[in-house]
Design a protein around this ligand. Structure first.
Ligand SMILES: Nc1ncnc2c1ncn2[C@@H]1O[C@H](COP(=O)(O)OP(=O)(O)O)[C@@H](O)[C@H]1O
Ligand SMILES: [Mg+2]
Length: 334
């Protein structure tokens, strides 16, 4: 399978408020040396606690947030440094679906107008009639009715608005979707319906997904492979079932056990502490919380190791990986 997306050494630093005393600009590292590949037709999961950098990575792939350094290649083409004009062809190929579609829908315009406008603007269809016909087809595809094109966003439930968001993304006939926690804002009973819809669409249009989430049971059911992000670093990548049954990284293990439950509020009040632990501390950023940490975990961050475990590739950045009880490990490169 070919790679649709290749991310190498991607870095994102957000400027912090100026430190008035020293007049020195300070930066917060939201993503640190991210390396990731997404194959054509693959559903890659991206998990991590809140604030780990998942949305930032999704937005950088979509060209909504600039990168500080590193490379993002789409179908072999570098896309991380494009001008607004150069980005236009990628609007057709790449779309993003957010946690809550309400914010991306205009409350004053009908659903029909909102689905047809980008189709006409970007030349996906040649006439208004064609755009309308297509938008009705799309609404039916996502489980809505043709008469819904005349309605306004507030007339729909959260689940229906998410379906509208999906229809609107599909209108431009994309190849790749970033799904940023697409069901987190929905009732549990509706979540499965939307996930099933996304799976059907992926299969029908042979789409490639980056699926951002924090619920690992959803990830296991939905994704082919999973990347685990912690404080801006990818700490493990594995096939979903492998990660689920044999996590190598203590962070993956903890996420699986839902031990890591950082509340958003708590996190923002601890921002200075987070800054210090990611930027000043040279070792593994998890060492202070990890039951397995040794002296070297505090001294340097472990390199990503790729190993074959019973013929299956495992990739992780940890000095003390779990679940390696058998001796079948073959180190490919340290
Ligand atoms: N525009 C921004 N300016 C400054 N800091 C930001 C900005 N966007 C995100 N961040 C910070 O980057 C970190 C990662 O955020 P985000 O990617 O939203 O995490 P996640 O989606 O995993 O919850 C957080 O600490 C957040 O505060
Ligand atoms: Mg997010």
């Amino acid at each position: 399978m070919n790679n649709l997306l290749e991310i190498k050494h991607l870095q994102k630093q957000f400027p912090q408020k100026n430190n008035k005393l020293f007049r020195k600009k300070e930066y917060f590292t939201a993503l640190d040396d991210v390396n990731l590949e997404i194959k054509k037709g693959e559903i890659l999961g991206l998990v991590g606690e809140s604030g780990s950098g998942k949305s930032t990575l999704g937005r950088m792939i979509m060209g909504l947030t600039s990168s500080s350094s590193g490379s993002i290649k789409y179908n072999g083409e570098e896309i991380s440094q494009l001008t607004d004009k150069e980005k236009i062809p990628y609007y057709l190929k790449m779309q993003m679906i957010f946690q809550d579609s309400t914010s991306s829908l205009n409350p004053r315009k009908t659903i029909g107008e909102q689905i047809t406008a980008p189709m006409l603007r970007l030349g996906v269809v040649s006439s208004k009639q064609e755009a309308e016909k297509e938008s009705i087809e799309l609404l039916k595809k996502v489980g809505l009715k043709s008469e819904h094109i005349y309605r306004y966003p507030h007339e729909f439930s959260g689940g229906q608005r998410q379906r509208i968001g999906i229809a609107r993304a599909l209108a431009l006939k994309p190849e790749f979707l970033v799904l940023d926690e697409p069901t987190s804002a929905l009732d549990v009973s509706i979540q499965a319906q939307i996930l099933n819809l996304l799976l059907d669409i992926q299969e029908e249009f042979n789409l490639t997904y980056l699926f951002i989430g924090h619920n690992l049971s959803v990830i296991k059911f939905f994704c082919h492979r999973v990347a685990v992000l912690y404080k801006g670093k990818i700490v493990e990548i594995a096939k979903s079932d492998e990660l689920y049954s044999k996590p190598f990284h203590p962070i993956s293990n903890m996420l699986l056990k839902s031990v890591l439950k950082l509340e958003r509020q708590e996190e923002s009040s601890n921002l200075e502490e987070t800054l210090e632990s990611t930027d000043m501390h040279t070792g593994c950023s998890f060492s202070g919380k990890c039951n397995y940490a040794s002296a070297k975990c505090y001294e340097s961050h472990p390199q990503t190791t790729i190993q074959y475990y019973s013929g299956i590739e495992r990739s992780y950045a940890c000095y003390h990986p779990l679940n390696q009880e058998t001796k079948e490990l073959e180190v490919v490169f340290p």
